[in-house]
Ligand binder design. Structure first.
Ligand code: CAA
Length: 250
């Protein structure tokens, strides 16, 4: 099996397992990942998702270079589109997604991590967009999301040079939120903490934070609408009453 989905309460743990290729994604693995992410996006019993790689060495070492070496432009467009679908699901599903980066996160692997809401790195992790060294460019959202998350200067440095950064540098440039070992434990801890929040407010926060800058009118509008929810009433009332809120998702 190349994509393993396990449940830990309301948290889904998705593991890419293709260890003989450092979890690089070939067509079968990426298609399965896209399909599983699509199911988990719609599954109301899943309140947070953790994405990680099997084994000690790699999160995902990128798109499968051997497969890509035989692609013509039409094939490469389809391949890019498939990666974008997986990234878009991680970025837009109405629940938090967390990358537990347990080793190499290169090329498409770094791009999938960038599509997640949060990124934690193991001390041994190595991240980067080495596509330039293959004569190509990031094709699964890296040119946009790396710039958005780390700023244009960092994105241009990493994408132009193709250099790899270690966990310490990744933390310094904002590419990961924290370094933790074991990294999966840290990701699960945060995921479980987030399942205690209002899923209504969390989904809206995710949608709003992801809006392009300049969409402040939409934020003002959506913020107001949220006040019709029972969770907003409960959360505000609980603070006033000095008690823990009990969110129902309505
Ligand atoms: N595609 C296919 N196979 C890969 C791979 C990849 N991205 N990354 C690693 N592998 C394979 C290796 O070919 C090797 O297989 P064999 O044993 O059959 O030779 C196996 O995994 C183990 O890899 P190494 O022997 O190279 O391990 P290492 O520890 O010496 O080096 C590494 C590790 C530095 C990560 C090195 O494997 C490497 O540079 N991999 C390529 C990383 C890369 O360039 N990723 C970006 C791909 S392009 C992309 O993702 C485009 C996009 O935006 C969508």
């Amino acid at each position: 099996m190349s994509i393993d989905v396990a449940r830990d309460g309301a948290v889904a743990v998705v593991t890419v397992d293709r260890q003989d290729a450092l979890n690089a994604l070939d067509v079968a693995t990426l298609t399965e990942l896209r399909d599983r992410l699509g199911e988990l996006a719609k599954d109301g019993t899943v309140r947070a998702l953790v994405l990680t790689g099997a084994g000690e060495k790699a999160f995902v070492a990128g798109a499968d270079i051997k497969y890509m070496s035989g692609l013509d432009p039409d094939g490469a467009k389809g391949w890019g589109a498939l990666g974008h679908e997986a990234g878009r699901l991680l970025e837009t599903m109405p629940k938090p997604t967390i990358a537990a980066i347990n080793g190499f996160a290169l090329g498409g692997g770094c791009e999938l991590a960038l599509a997640c809401d949060l990124r934690y790195a193991a001390g041994r992790a190595k991240l980067g967009q080495p596509e330039i060294n293959l004569g190509i460019v990031p094709g699964w959202g890296g040119t946009q999301r790396l710039a958005r998350i780390c700023g244009l200067g960092v994105a241009k440095d990493l994408i132009y040079t193709g250099r790899t950064v270690d966990a310490e540098e990744a933390l310094r440039i904002g590419l990961v939120n924290a370094i933790a070992d074991p990294v999966l434990d840290r990701a699960l801890e945060t995921a479980h903490a987030l399942t205690a929040k209002s899923p209504v407010a969390l989904a809206l926060a995710k949608r709003l934070v992801n809006l392009a800058p300049g969409a402040l009118d939409a934020e003002a509008e959506a913020f107001g609408e949220l006040f019709a929810s029972e969770d907003a009433k409960e959360g505000l009332a609980a603070f006033v009453d000095k008690r823990e809120p009990r969110f129902t998702g309505r």
